[in-house]
Every structure is written in C-alpha cells, then in structure tokens.
Write a protein that binds this ligand. Structure first.
Ligand code: PGA
Length: 249
C-alpha cells in the first residue's frame, strides 16, 4: 500500500482580510512543518490568495482557493477560473464544500465538470462530501456518499484519483462543535476508500475528515487507519490552534 502523506488544510471560509491573513501567516509559518512533515494547505478568500502565496514562498505550505468555475473563461459574472488561480500561484482548490452546496446551489452536475477541470489545469481538487443529520439518522449515509462521489468523480479516470483529496465532512458536524466520533469518521472514510478502490484508485488518495476538528480531538481522529488528515474550519483561524492540529497529524 502506498504511504500517504498526512494532509491538513485550513478552510478560512469568509474570514480574514489580507492584513489578517498576513498576520496569521507571520505567526504560523515559523511553526509550520517542512517538506518531510504533513502537507499543509491554507485556503483564504480569493482576495487574499496572492498575499498568502507571497508569504508562503520558500516554505512547504501551499495555498488553495475555496471554489472555482469549471470553464477556463466566459460570461460567468462573479466567477473565477482555474487559469486565474494558477496565475496567482494557487496549487489546490476546495470543491463542493457543503456550504456551497447548501447555500449557493452547487450541484453534483457542476462538480462533475469542476473536478476534472481542476486536474487538467494542474490544480489539486479537495472534494468535499458528507451527509446531513437527517440522512445519517435514517441510515442513508453510505448512499449519500456514494451518490456524491460517483457523480462528482464521473469524469475522472482511475489514474487521476490519487491526485484528488477527498474531505469527508458530515454536515451535522460542521461549525457545530459536534465532532463525528473517530469510529464514525473511520467508518465513513473507509467506505469512501472502498468506493475509490472499486473505481481503480483509492490507495493513493488522501481522505481527510472535517467537522469541528480542534486541537483536543485531532490526534484521535487522524490516528484512524483510513483518515489521512483534516479539513479545519473554525479552529484554523487561530495560528496556535491550527499549528497544534498540524502537529497532531
Ligand atoms: P469547522 O468547519 O471545522 O468549523 O466545523 C469545517 C469545514 O467546514 O470545512
């Protein structure tokens, strides 16, 4: 089985101005691991991407966007494309976050175009999937994950699966302080890995957990066999907390 390098990403959502992003990186970067340690990715707002890239230059920390359009250019007011992100020095992109799916109507159909577009451009997609509380309570978790993954990765060939990072983020655990137990997270992520294996990939794919990850619960979650890291929202806004989570990976 290939060794999977741990992966920890900070999803800042709609937080941090350029000035605040720079202040964070000024504190965090001296504590960040080098190329031998866990892979660390910071996901600021579009406007703070260039400043973050400039600050992270010469370190092992990489920068990701939180969304992109599937087309390279066109009449899509308010959107940003893969070539624009690449030009800014961005190396990865979060796709299909549940807030985008729930609040902004992001569809599996759109994601089926975005994931291969990101790969083709040389951006690493961080594809988010996860069930609602209702789906979990009614035993639909696996069905939801399978539907999302089959749809969102439909146009990705098996050889490309190792270049995708999948974030399992149960919606009921995001920003709620209610973390999935390590067993629940492992079970869902093990299921995702089996799905990817059935598609001819999976062993090389980093699959991370997201949903109220904190310094106090990160180590136990990331110690699970199939959990390769974390996508961190709230706790990633504080350089001390995020550094502690990275140290646990
Ligand atoms: P949270 O967010 O850590 O604040 O729960 C995680 C996410 O939405 O990626």
């Amino acid at each position: 089985m290939p060794e999977r390098r741990p992966y920890v990403a900070a999803n800042w959502k709609m937080h941090k101005t350029v000035e605040e992003a720079e202040a964070f990186l000024g504190e965090f970067l001296p504590r960040a691991p080098g190329p031998e340690g866990p892979e660390v990715v910071i996901c600021p707002s579009f406007l703070a991407l260039r400043a973050a890239v400039a600050h992270c230059a010469g370190t092992a920390v990489r920068v990701a966007a939180q969304n992109m359009h599937g087309e390279a250019e066109g009449a899509f007011t308010g959107e940003v494309s893969a070539p624009m992100l690449l030009e800014a020095g961005v190396e990865a992109v979060v796709l299909g976050h549940s807030e985008r799916r729930q609040l902004f109507g992001e569809s599996d159909e759109a994601l089926a175009g975005k994931v291969p577009a990101a790969l083709a451009a040389g951006l690493e997609p961080i594809l988010c999937v996860g069930e609602t509380e209702e789906a979990r309570d009614t035993g639909q978790t696996d069905a939801v994950l399978e539907r999302q993954l089959q749809a969102d990765l439909a146009e990705v060939e098996s050889g490309g699966l190792g270049r995708v990072v999948v974030a399992y983020e149960p919606i009921w655990a995001i920003g709620t302080g209610r973390t999935a137990t390590p067993e629940q997270a492992q079970e869902a992520i093990g299921f995702i890995r089996d799905l990817l294996r059935a598609r001819g990939g999976g062993d090389a794919t980093r699959i991370v957990y997201g949903g109220s990850v904190k310094p106090g619960n990160a180590a136990e979650l990331m110690a699970q066999a199939d959990i390769d890291g974390a996508l961190v929202g709230g706790a990633s806004l504080d350089p001390e907390d995020f550094a502690a989570i990275v140290d646990a990976a």
